[in-house]
Unconditional design. Structure first.
Length: 141
């Protein structure tokens, strides 16, 4: 399942507060921030059989390609790939449930992507599947 959780901003003479009040952080165990070296680098494909992730852009924008994996040891290369463009201006979180792989590319210099996970880092080696960036033929480039 892939869903967007809408947020907003409160502005007054002191400045602004960005928020996503409908984001339930109960399952979160850790977070990290992705900042690609440039806009040509694509991080992917990395998949998780049981880990869920939540993506929030702190600065700039990102293209996130997502594919639902059908066989973790040998996925079909022609699976449908969904693309989401996330921007700090959108003030929303993209939720990706377990069972998906992602490929992530910054669309602007200095973009930063905050990622929340529902498993600790110690679990990562047990649920980390990687595929070559050109593996899924339906990826839009």
């Amino acid at each position: 399942m892939i869903t967007n959780i809408k947020g907003g901003i409160a502005q007054d003479e002191r400045g602004g507060i960005r928020f996503v009040n409908d984001f339930d952080m109960t399952p979160i165990k850790r977070f990290y921030i992705i900042k690609n070296i440039d806009t040509s680098l694509i991080r992917g494909w990395r998949g998780h059989r049981i880990e869920q992730r939540w993506f929030y852009v702190l600065e700039g924008s990102f293209s996130v390609d997502i594919v639902k994996i059908d066989n973790w040891d040998n996925p079909s290369s022609d699976l449908p790939v969904e693309n989401f463009v996330l921007s700090a201006r959108d003030l929303e979180i993209l939720y990706i449930s377990e069972g998906y792989a992602t490929a992530i590319r910054a669309l602007e210099e200095r973009s930063e992507l905050l990622v929340h996970s529902d498993y600790p880092l110690s679990h990562a080696p047990e649920d980390n599947y990687t595929y070559p960036i050109d593996y899924f033929v339906n990826m839009k480039r």
